[in-house]
Design a protein around this ligand. Sequence first.
Ligand code: AHG
Ligand code: MN
Ligand code: MN
Length: 332
Amino acid sequence: MNGVVTLGEFIIETQSDFPDAKGDLTKVLSAIRLAAKIVNREVTKAGLVDIIGTEGNTNVQGEEQQKLDVYANEQFISAIKGQKAVCGIGSEEMESFMSLENETGDGKYIFLMDPLDGSSNIDVNVSVGTIFSIYRKKSAGSVCEDDFLQPGIKQVAAGYVIYGSSTMLVYTTGHGVNGFTLDPSIGVFCLSHPNMRIPDEGIYYSINEGNYINFPEGVKKFIKHCQEPDEKTNRPYQSRYIGSLVSDFHRNLIKGGIYMYPPTSKYNHGKLRLMYECNPLAFIAEQAGGLASDGYRRIMSILPEEIHQRSPLFIGSRKMVEKAENFLNRYQ
Ligand code: AHG
Ligand code: MN
Ligand code: MN
C-alpha cells in the first residue's frame, strides 16, 4: 500500500479545509463510504440474486428480495443514522423528508440522495450510481421543509458513487474534485483521480434522441450543430448515451462532453430532480471547471420550491454548455 492514499486518510487530511469543523462532515462522508461498499456488494451480485431468487421470493440472505433502489435507500439511511451528524434526510425514494432529530440529537447537516440512479440498467448489467448532496441545517427550530429547500450554491459537499467496471466515489467539498477507486480485494477506496478537471471543450454529446421531435427548437438546432463537421472544433461530436446519469456524467467529466435532459412532452420541466441529481452534479461540474445550466440559468442558483422538483439539465464542458445556452436563447 506504499504511496496509496485511502479515502479515510484523505477525509481526515482535508478536514482542515473547514476551520470551524468539529468532525461532523467527516462522519457523514464516512457513512457514505460504508453504505457505498454495502450497495456495491449487492449491485455486483444482482444477476445472481435473480437466479437464486426465482423459486421462492427469498434472496441469499433469506429475506424477501428487495428492489435495489429500496435496498440502497435503506443502506444509506442506516449508515447516516449511525454517525449522528445529520438531522434530516431527503430521498428520491421517499415521499417527504425524514427527521432524525429523535435519533441523532442535534446533527447539523441535511442529507439528500438519489440512492440508485439508472436503476433501469440493473437488469442488463450496465453501470448504475448513487448521488448525494449535503447542506447545513438553516432553521433554528426543529428540522423542517425549508431546511431542504436551499439553492445548490449552499451545498457543503456533494458527490456520487459509480458502480461500474470498477467502483468509484467522486466528491467535492468546494475545494476541487477528487475520485477514489474501490480496491475490491481489500475493500478500500484509494485516491486514483486527484484534482479532476473537465476539458473546456469535449468530444461527446449525450441526450435521449428518441425524444427529438418534442425538444425545444434551440435543442434541436444545437444537436445539428454537434453533428456538423468542423475540424477546428473536432466536430462532429460523438454521441454517447447510457441512460444512467451518473455514468454519462462520469464519462464526460473525464473525456469532456455535454449531457442534456431538456423538457419533453412527457416531462415538461425535464425529468431529472433538482435536489437529488442536478444540484450535486452541478457542484462537481463547476468545481472541475465545467458548467451546469437549465438552459437559461445556473442550476445552483435556482431557488427550489418543492423537494422533488424537476429541472432541465445541460451539464459538462464549459464551452459546450455555453454553446447550448446560446442556441436556446437564439431559438425560443
Ligand atoms: P433514476 O434511475 O434515479 O430514476 O434516474 C434515471 C434518470 C437518469 O439516470 C438517466 O439519465 C435518465 O433518467 C434516463 O432517462 P430516459 O430513459 O428518459 O432517457
Ligand atoms: Mn436518478
Ligand atoms: Mn433513483
